[in-house]
Ligand binder design. Structure first.
Ligand code: NAD
Length: 254
């Protein structure tokens, strides 16, 4: 996909996988809009990446805020790409240490950000893209972010795994739904990547995480995620699929 004279929204772009995607797409000449929480470093990150990157503060699960962020992006150039990385963790055991049922509030909060937020971004982005002129047979492409936890969630990951499995499930439906509008949808399911969350862990804890990766036995770099996100935007035959990006990792129960 041609990305010059186009805008691209990168949610979660203030940090980690989203930031690397914003950097890569900005280097391609796209008008990049980082959509992230108002409390994030989005404004500083946008300024640090370059003049073709702006920040639109929004919680991805908030309808008005996402509508405004997408409108801000489409205002400068047609919105042709989305890399949706915003997401959060949160653990729940079905029976907690005191023998009480696990927290419904935590479950709902994780699903709200990761699954409802994904639907919210998809619908506003698709509505904006649907009004674009066709270029090389398409109007836009959207990359969602799941996790290998969608397939092999570990103990405690029940809200996270459920929310990410929902993202995997919506991928083919969204691609079918938007096919008549010439918009593609794919999802990346990362394994373990070196982002600020993991950066705060000690080396032992990090090594335990990547020790189960067959090859290459290390954490993924955010740039490797960004590379695949760009490939998906570029390749018109990629549609409706979730691609694991995990070095062959299959997570154990804990
Ligand atoms: N890093 C990994 O190993 C890994 C593995 C599998 C999946 N993922 C997924 O990749 C995505 C990015 O993860 P990351 O490691 O870069 O994390 P990160 O914490 O570095 O970045 C996530 C960004 O999302 C933003 N965000 C969180 N909730 C938001 C909301 N409601 N609205 C708007 N922005 C919000 C945060 O402010 C942050 O800037 C997430 O969806 C995560 O679940 C990451």
């Amino acid at each position: 996909m041609k990305l010059d004279n186009a805008s691209v929204v990168v949610t979660g772009g203030a940090s980690g996988l989203g930031r690397a995607s914003a950097e890569r797409l900005a280097a391609r000449g796209a008008e990049v809009v980082i959509v992230d929480l108002p409390t994030s470093a989005g404004s500083d990150v946008a300024e640090a990446i370059g003049p073709n990157v702006r920040f639109a503060p929004a919680d991805v699960s908030n309808a008005d805020q996402v509508e405004a962020a997408v409108a801000a992006a489409a205002d400068r150039a047609p919105l042709r790409g989305v890399v949706h990385c915003a997401g959060r963790g949160g653990t729940v055991r079905l029976v907690d240490r005191e023998g009480q049922p696990g927290s419904l509030e935590t479950f709902a909060a994780v699903v709200n950000t990761n699954l409802f937020g994904t639907f919210n971004v998809l619908r506003f982005a698709a509505a904006a893209m649907a009004g674009n002129d066709e270029v090389d047979g398409e109007r836009g492409a959207i990359v969602l972010t799941a996790s290998v936890a969608a397939y092999e969630g570990q103990i405690g990951q029940i809200p996270y795994a459920a929310s990410k499995a929902g993202v995997v499930g919506m991928t083919i439906v969204a691609a079918r739904d938007l096919s008549s509008k010439l918009i593609r949808v794919c999802t990346i399911a990362p394994g373990v990547f070196d982002t600020p969350i993991l950066g705060r862990m000690g080396e032992d804890a990090r090594a335990r995480l990547y020790g189960a990766v067959p090859h290459p036995r290390r954490l993924g770099n955010a740039g490797e995620f960004a590379q695949l996100a760009e490939n998906i935007l570029d390749n018109p035959m990629l549609n409706g699929e979730t691609i694991r990006l995990d070095g062959g990792l299959r997570m154990g129960p804990k």
